[in-house]
Write a protein that binds this ligand. Structure first.
Ligand code: KIV
Length: 321
């Protein structure tokens, strides 16, 4: 059945005038509760008072909104984005443009939490000026408050320069996913006494360079606790670093159970999104196939007299039903 342009336009105007919309998905209308913006000073006060800091990754507007709405202190647009959202096989594939694009979406949803973005692999290693230029893009275009970079003493000059120009830096030591090839895979770090001491030195050097926080990934609990006690001006955020760090971080998809397969020892699943997705998609396809979706209550009706007129008009111009 064909409708003229005028008929379509008339229907659209009618829908707009009656307040109905074409979109089936639109942002929630309820205003989110207003939270005060989290600052570095607030985070360091939390460390001082031994109040655990909750950090969580987010990759888009809805995950950013969830961090906003449920009390997350630091939202991290992690470069795990590469694997969990974009389907790459490693974080090293992620580009700065892709990161900026996702930061903008998260920033629209996550307002109160302190917002940090990972600097993608290759955007800060070549030189300090390069790092500043790229970090400025993340702040100016991506809307983040701070950047995170992986590395110990070798990135100290970069941390100093970024903080000097006003860009807060979060460090990341221990297991560094951007260096998984040279670390021979995703392995626990600092298990030997010498390895543990070198992690302590890296943490102290990052703190002295001005880092406001340091992610400690996959290191023994004792080392995480020791570093946390040694640092006074930088908060430690653990992921597989035990229970005595100043805060914890998890990857959204690990926490939500979005994937099956290998689960790192430090991951706790707080949700079963994968199960829900499987149930939902399976039920939808079934319902489409057996025509139980959509039902009459999920369909639009015309006023009876318009329907009758419509049949008359369509018949008069020869449209066969
Ligand atoms: O990219 C990421 O998600 C991270 C977390 C593992 C801390 O860096």
């Amino acid at each position: 059945m064909m409708f003229s342009r005028q008929q379509i336009r008339h229907t659209r105007l009618h829908q707009i005038a009656s307040g109905r919309r074409w979109m089936s998905v639109r942002p929630e209308e309820r205003a989110p509760e207003t939270r005060k913006k989290i600052t570095i000073q607030h985070l360091l006060n939390m460390k001082r008072k031994h109040t655990p800091i909750a950090m969580l990754t987010a990759y888009d507007f809805p995950t950013g909104r969830a961090c906003e709405a449920h009390g997350v202190d630091i939202t991290l647009v992690g470069d795990s984005l590469a694997q969990v959202c974009l389907g790459y096989d490693a974080t090293t594939r992620l580009t700065l443009d892709e990161m900026v694009h996702h930061c903008r979406a998260v920033a629209r949803g996550s307002k109160a939490p302190f917002l940090v973005a990972d600097m993608p692999f290759g955007t800060y290693e070549a030189g300090v000026d390069d790092a500043v230029r790229n970090a400025v893009r993340l702040v100016r275009e991506g809307g983040v408050d701070a950047v995170k970079i992986e590395g110990g003493v070798e990135v100290v000059d970069t941390v100093k320069r970024l903080t000097t120009v006003g860009i807060p830096v979060m460090g990341h030591i221990g297991l560094m996913p951007q260096r998984q090839a040279i670390q021979s895979g995703y392995r626990v770090q600092g298990k030997s006494a010498a390895g543990a001491l070198s992690l302590v030195d890296s943490a102290l050097a990052l703190e002295a360079a001005g880092a406001f926080a340091i992610v400690l990934e996959a290191i023994p609990h004792a080392v995480g606790a020791h570093i946390t006690r040694r640092l006074h001006h930088a908060a430690t955020i653990g992921i597989g670093a035990g229970w005595e760090t100043d805060g914890q971080v998890l990857v959204w998809d690990d926490l939500m159970g979005t994937w099956g397969g290998h689960k790192a020892k430090f991951v706790r699943r707080f949700g079963d999104v994968r199960g829900e997705v499987e149930r939902g998609v399976h039920a939808y396809v079934q319902a489409v196939r057996d025509r139980s979706f959509p039902s009459a209550s999920e369909s639009y009706e015309m006023p009876a007299e318009e329907a009758e007129r419509f049949v008359g008009l369509a018949g008069a111009r020869g449209d066969e039903p």
